[in-house]
Design a protein around this ligand. Structure first.
Ligand SMILES: C[S@@+](CC[C@H](N)C(=O)[O-])C[C@H]1O[C@@H](n2cnc3c(N)ncnc32)[C@H](O)[C@@H]1O
Length: 284
């Protein structure tokens, strides 16, 4: 793209039409993103260690009652949950389409001899396997899928669970998705950053589709030397608590409970999310 293409852009983007999501699966981007996942300066890509530890303790003690089981982590990133859960006696499988994250997760598991296996795959197309006691999809990633893909993922998660097994979602609240869509346009300059290793300007704008409850963000990355523009976009579907429950029940789940967080309490670092636990009926 050229600078003029920014001027000529469609004023209001169609959700998902300008990009499915930020390019997690691009090898170079994923390498830069891995540094953000592991950073202890912020909770932007993954949580910092203290919060990860608190969330894993809640999953182990409260969701799983301390009983070792087989866990499938969809969008597992660098394996920060699976590695901790494996140390507590669980056997874990992680699926993610970020090459750098899966490479890091595999190397960490091999180094420590953890009961974790990882697969580089898109969770919209991957084979999930079967017989899991827990399937989880954390840190708001559920919302970034179109509704038909979210339904597909839930159906596959249901099929991957053993009878009586549990699903754990950590989606965004509706209010948090609306806030993303209502963010005012802004820009920053970077000598090197997540979207480019070269000096660039990053222009961000967002839209909120009130009727469809969808936030869409656009990122224009302007290379400082060449003036060339790369565009990325991501959309997020908002759901009310009742809509989450309906979606889960339609996908075959029962006993849906919604919690303020996945660490048992409420704090500012988790205020944009909630925790949802649901069960695959034992009769299925
Ligand atoms: C916000 S990060 C969270 C990573 C991890 N759950 C954590 O909290 O540390 C979202 C993850 O989902 C992965 N992801 C997004 N869409 C995906 C897809 N369609 N298939 C597989 N992985 C996907 C990304 O690569 C990224 O690792």
């Amino acid at each position: 793209m050229k600078l003029q293409d920014i001027i000529n852009r469609t004023p209001i983007p169609q959700p998902w039409a300008e990009g499915e999501k930020i390019p997690w699966n691009d090898p170079d981007f994923s390498q830069r993103m891995l540094a953000e996942h592991l950073s202890q300066r912020h909770d932007a890509a993954s949580r910092r260690n203290d919060l990860l530890d608190a969330q894993v303790a809640w999953i182990h003690e409260w969701v799983l009652s301390g009983n070792p089981t087989q866990i499938l982590d969809l969008g597992c990133g660098p394996g920060l949950y699976t590695s901790r859960l494996a140390r507590l006696g669980h056997t874990c499988v992680g699926i993610d389409f970020s090459p750098a994250s899966i490479g890091y997760a595999k190397a960490s598991a091999a180094k420590e001899g953890l009961a974790c296996r990882y697969r580089l795959a898109d969770i919209r197309q991957a084979e999930y396997g079967a017989g899991f006691g827990l399937v989880m999809l954390l840190f708001g990633e559920f919302n970034v899928f179109r509704m038909e893909d979210a339904r597909l993922i839930l159906r596959q998660a249901h099929a991957a669970l053993a009878p009586g097994g549990l699903l754990l979602l950590e989606p965004h609240t509706l209010e948090a998705v609306a806030e993303i869509g209502k963010t005012l346009p802004h820009w920053v300059s970077h000598s090197s950053g997540l979207f480019s290793p070269q000096p660039h300007l990053l222009l961000t704008e967002a839209y909120w589709d009130e009727t469809r409850q969808i936030a869409t963000e656009r990122y224009f990355v302007i290379d400082a030397a060449a003036g060339e523009v790369a565009r990325h976009a991501a959309s997020a579907q908002g759901y009310s608590p009742a809509e989450y429950e309906q979606l889960l029940v339609e996908s075959g789940f029962a006993e849906v409970t919604i919690h303020p967080s996945i660490s048992g309490g409420m704090d500012a670092r988790q205020a944009a999310f909630c925790g949802i636990v649901a069960r695959r009926g034992s009769e299925q």
